[in-house]
Design a protein. Structure first.
Length: 259
């Protein structure tokens, strides 16, 4: 058990209301590489939790004040920093290519083979090595014993599927590259795009063992033409269309000139 990490002061999760029924939930004591943005979207008939973080503390219990009624947890992809809390939800959704990883915690989809005490996979632009946490969620939490828990998949998603919250409708976009079944959620009526790890305003990771740079390039080409107003990503701050196009072009240029 790690004994050199302090106990987190106060609550483990932080909640940031963005208005219009949208809340950003973060885990400030998780290292940036694994600090996923968790999004709660309040709907008239269904609430959506987009990604669930690392799962070292109970997201469902901490977020109960947000839930209006039925709630589904959607995974933009099933890397461990995005699906740690999915097992707490009765309804779990993800792309069909990621479903085996969510059901089976397969390292090929979840990075479950990574020792959290020593992050050693290629992550240029991020600090790796050392503990995954900067504080502990509880006095008896044992970082070395942490395991990603399997979750039930109640809906397998694919390109073009529609997610209906009653008053809001999102189209599923299949955006592979970072992982085979990465998806984003596109709300054409408002220009709102939840991008997961397909794109975010930080170092994009395309060197994982199941990443595909050619597919990532096609995803970036597609995003260049998406008429977004705001992108709520899987990591780092939200941004607008101009920044999306900058990030997509920068990635494509890097592939064209890897030096």
């Amino acid at each position: 058990m790690r004994t050199d990490l302090p106990l987190a002061p106060g609550d483990w999760f932080e909640f940031h209301s963005l208005g219009d029924g949208l809340t950003l939930i973060t885990e400030p004591h998780v290292v940036p590489l694994l600090r996923c943005n968790i999004w709660h979207v309040r709907g008239r008939e269904l609430d959506l939790v987009i990604d669930t973080g690392l799962g070292v503390a109970s997201l469902h219990q901490a977020s109960r004040h947000l839930f209006g009624h039925r709630v589904a947890a959607l995974a933009t992809h099933v890397h461990l920093d995005h699906v740690g809390g999915h097992h707490e939800f009765a309804e779990c959704w993800c792309h069909r290519l990621e479903a085996p990883g969510l059901r089976g915690a397969d390292p090929a989809f979840t990075l479950g083979d990574i020792d959290l005490a020593q992050l050693d996979f290629p992550a240029p632009g991020y600090e790796t090595g050392g503990p995954a946490l900067t504080a502990l969620p509880s006095p008896d939490f044992d970082l070395s014993a942490w395991q990603l828990r399997q979750a039930s998949v109640t809906r397998e998603l694919d390109e073009g599927d529609v997610i209906d919250l009653g008053n809001r409708h999102f189209e599923v976009l299949h955006l592979p590259g970072h992982s085979p079944g990465c998806i984003g959620l596109w709300e054409a009526a408002t220009g709102t795009f939840f991008s997961g790890d397909a794109v975010y305003d930080g170092p994009l990771l395309d060197g994982l063992h199941h990443s595909d740079r050619a597919a990532y390039a096609r995803t970036m080409q597609r995003l260049l033409d998406l008429p977004v107003q705001v992108v709520h990503a899987g990591h780092d701050p939200s941004f607008g269309r101009d920044r999306l196009r900058e990030l997509a072009r920068a990635y494509l240029e890097r592939l064209d000139d890897p030096a």
